[in-house]
Design a protein around this ligand. Structure first.
Ligand code: ZN
Length: 419
């Protein structure tokens, strides 16, 4: 029997065990904040122990452990890294959930609970991929490292960012697979940056009956907002391989389907969200101050500094406006080569079980893959449908969970064998 056949056998025979682990994981509260993942890390360690897999824990914050489990294959080869996170979005008002968020209940082929989509199903899938690859280690070259991390939902400072900075030799590897919810119709090879800027408008203010005595901070804000929207017209200088990929009609169609209509366009320009406006104190006073917090998302091909330079030019036209970056040092947009062989492995193995092939696109939101890409390691995301992620009655399809697990397992074997 080939390695692939043995793998397909385990994937199929252990379906119940895979789902039971996902249920058990869902029943553990890993909401972030506070992001305490110790109990969840325990069940991962118990599973790894049962599979005879070595592991260790890196916990720069005691309540936010990160697990590293690594093994070598039969001979030297490529180093594949698997990455998923333990923490999930907060539950909010538990009483309005129809299915308790910590139940892991199964109804009509779906597992219910907070984080089932983002990304307890994905992290569970990679745990099983790791275990199955380990069983094949005498037939496979190279090395496989599983990283199961905390603190993803609040930026990764104590999770992946920390691992990449402090355990680089172990966790960087040659290529990374991640199972964040991309939707099964797209493979994500890059992601936009997140640039948050606060604009403060200060004028003398005064009595509303005397509008000739001071400008209005709120009216200036209205005019400024119009100018800020002009940022959306910036043209990205996409690397040729990215441009060629994203120009393909089938990729555009997949992006619109996966991200929502218009998503293909937003993927390639700076989005401008005027998140909050706080101006004025009373109806009959000329507002003396107005503060705008704006979320810009630069795409691949537009650097944060380019957006900041445009903003500086706009602000220069308003002597009463100052601006400051709120997340200074946040990463740039990141991308891996969309023609990297791993994309081919994911697409081919996914397509074998679907009616059409997934397409490579860029994420609008952020994932931990950016830390690897920033370090020069190609990283790709393929996961279940993001619909309902972080919402009430979050739920994942068991069929999609199995599909994602199988796709990653087969892609991993193809990648390792090809070295
Ligand atoms: Zn996530």
């Amino acid at each position: 029997m080939t390695a692939r056949d043995r793998l397909l056998g385990w994937l199929d025979k252990e379906r119940d065990r895979q789902v039971e682990f996902l249920q058990a994981f869902t029943r553990i509260d890993t909401c972030n904040p506070p992001g305490d993942t110790r109990q969840a890390a325990d069940i991962f360690r118990r599973f790894l122990d049962a599979e005879g897999l070595a592991h260790r824990t890196e916990a720069p914050q005691a309540a936010m452990p990160n697990l590293i489990s690594s093994f070598a294959g039969a001979r030297p080869g490529r180093h594949l890294v698997l990455n998923g996170h333990l923490d999930v979005f907060p539950i909010g008002d538990r009483s309005i959930w129809k299915h308790d968020p910590l139940s892991g209940d199964i109804v009509d082929g779906r597992v219910y609970g907070r984080g089932t989509v983002d990304m307890k199903c994905g992290t569970t899938a990679l745990l099983f991929v790791h275990a199955y690859l380990h069983r094949l280690k005498d037939d496979l070259p190279g090395r496989v490292t599983l990283t199961v991390v905390s603190d993803e939902e609040t930026g990764g400072k104590w999770g992946t960012d920390w691992l990449v900075r402090n355990c680089a030799a172990e966790v960087l590897g040659d290529c990374v697979l991640n199972t964040e919810p991309s939707g099964v119709h797209t493979v994500r090879f890059g992601e936009k940056s997140m640039l948050w800027v606060r604009f403060v408008i200060m004028v003398p203010g005064g009595h509303s009956a005397y509008p000739h005595t001071s400008p209005s901070a709120n009216k200036i804000a209205a005019s400024l907002i119009k100018d800020l929207e002009g940022i959306e017209a910036m043209i990205p200088a996409e690397p040729a391989t990215v441009k060629e990929t994203l120009d393909r009609p089938e990729v555009k169609a997949a992006a619109d389907r996966s991200l929502g209509d218009g998503g293909a366009d937003v993927m390639r320009r700076v989005s401008v969200n005027i998140g909050t406006i706080q101006g004025g104190v009373k109806i009959n006073m000329l507002p003396a101050a107005c503060v705008l917090d704006v979320d810009f998302r630069p795409p691949v091909g537009i650097a944060r500094a380019e957006v900041m330079a445009k903003l500086a030019a706009i602000v220069a036209r308003y002597p009463m406006v100052t601006c400051e970056e709120l997340l200074a040092g946040n990463p740039e947009s990141t991308w891996s080569d969309p023609t990297h062989e791993m994309v081919g492995h994911l697409v081919r193995n996914a397509a074998a079980f679907m009616d059409h092939a997934p397409q490579p696109i860029v994420s609008l939101g952020g994932t931990d893959t950016r830390f690897w890409r920033r370090a020069g390691v190609p990283a790709f995301v393929y996961g279940c449908s993001p619909v309902g992620m972080g919402g009430i009655d979050e739920t994942v399809s068991i069929a999609e969970f199995h599909h994602v697990l199988r796709t990653h397992a087969l892609a991993a074997v193809d990648y390792l064998s090809g070295g």
